[in-house]
Design a protein around this ligand. Structure first.
Ligand code: PGA
Length: 313
């Protein structure tokens, strides 16, 4: 059996929306004349609408009180019901506008280089659900992402170390363990336990200046009182991996930049005390600017899918 018409809808057509609108205005403004003026209708038209409404519903909606008309108890209740219908319709219009807003548009996101290993996957469900939203993902190092945030070029940015000098809201969405890597087969890789000081004689390969990974590594070395200046700087995580594999040195890299089995790409994670460095990635946005509907929708989508994995800031 097909589903039945909802009961209210079955009976409501006896009253027209135009009658109900006039009726509500008469109750709210306290007179037919005022309602007619507010609705740009002739007074007799409103009077006729009220009579027809009363007849259609079989209810007495007004009574004489003093020198004027006042709604009966049931008339008062009807006015409330009409307002509730109006609120419901308004909600529908808001939702419709919102849905239209997700049909077309652009969403600019900046992301630090290491997130390129997983961010496209995270954006996938949103991109599939809203094919009309053009996503522009700029992948840069931390310094460049900070500069973009300063200029307000992107709505959202994914990064490890949000800058303190900007009014940013932040949401920690994923852990970013930083590991020390060596070429697979390196004598140090066979050791059960290592101290940072055991490594400092080895050449260190670092990301370029401006990299958040590099800054986090330098911070960790300084905390342990280790002076370990880089032997060489390379401009990408992939370049670092190639250089480590080629035996040019050791490096600190996000675990996310490595394969599930690092040996499969010729690399080994060293068991160094204090490592992995436990860092977080944040999604950040400027608090002094309103987020667009696509940006808010993406955030809500990610929050729903990732809340289990993220931990508080
Ligand atoms: P980056 O990334 O080294 O590419 O600057 C650092 C980060 O994860 O914030």
């Amino acid at each position: 059996m097909p589903p039945a018409t909802p009961p209210g809808l079955d009976r409501a057509p006896r009253a027209s929306l135009v009658q109900l609108r006039s009726f509500e205005a008469v109750v709210r403004l306290g007179g037919v004349g005022r309602a007619a003026r507010a609705l740009h209708l002739a007074q007799p038209t409103v009077s006729t609408q009220l009579k027809e409404l009363s007849a259609a519903l079989g209810l007495v909606l007004f009574e004489l009180r003093g020198r004027g008309l006042a709604p009966t108890a049931v008339g008062q209740r009807l006015a409330e019901a009409v307002r509730a219908m109006g609120a419901c319709w308004q909600q529908f219009e808001d939702d419709a506008a919102a849905l239209q807003g997700l049909k077309r548009g652009r969403l600019r996101i900046a992301a630090v280089t290491t997130t390129e290993y997983f961010l496209p996957d995270l954006l996938g469900p949103f991109a599939r659900q809203y094919p009309g939203i053009q996503i522009e993902l700029a992948v840069e190092n931390r310094a460049a992402v900070v500069a973009r945030l300063e200029r307000g070029e992107d709505e959202l940015a994914a990064m490890m170390r949000p800058p303190a000098h900007l009014p940013l809201a932040r949401w920690p969405f994923l852990e970013n363990p930083l590991v020390l890597i060596a070429p697979n087969g390196h004598p140090l890789a066979a050791r059960r336990r290592l101290k940072l000081a055991d490594l400092a004689a080895q050449p260190l390969l670092a990301r370029e200046a401006g990299s958040g990974t590099r800054a986090a590594a330098e911070e960790a070395f300084a905390e342990q009182g280790i002076h370990w200046p880089p032997r060489m700087a390379l401009g990408s995580n992939e370049a670092i991996k190639h250089a480590v594999r080629a035996g040019l040195g050791l490096a600190v890299l996000s675990r996310h930049a490595l394969a599930a089995e690092p040996a499969s790409e010729g690399l080994a994670i060293l068991p160094v005390a204090g490592f992995p460095l436990r860092r977080q990635w944040y999604l950040v946005w400027r608090q002094d600017r309103a987020l667009s509907l696509p940006a808010r929708t993406l955030l809500a989508d990610l929050r729903q899918r990732l809340h289990v994995r993220a931990r508080p800031a």
